[in-house]
Design a binder for this molecule. Structure first.
Ligand code: SF4
Length: 63
């Protein structure tokens, strides 16, 4: 699973970082993705972040 942040939509609320700090980090008011590929053990947390992000700024990259 690969993901990216739509920087135009992210409001830097920090929810994603709170739910999975090993994958997301908010830098200068915008979330960044710290990993190329989401480790399987964090997938459920990342899906939570995707579904709960208030601006739908996290997108799964489909190959
Ligand atoms: S939950 Fe969404 S809006 Fe909030 S910091 Fe993460 S990507 Fe940005």
């Amino acid at each position: 699973m690969k993901i990216k942040i739509n920087e135009d939509n992210c409001i830097g609320c920090g929810y994603c970082e709170g739910v999975c700090e090993n994958v997301f980090e908010v830098v200068d008011g915008c979330s960044t993705v710290k990993v190329e590929e989401v480790p399987v053990e964090y997938k459920d947390n990342v899906v939570d972040a995707i579904e709960s992000c208030p601006t739908s700024a996290i997108e799964e990259i489909k190959d």
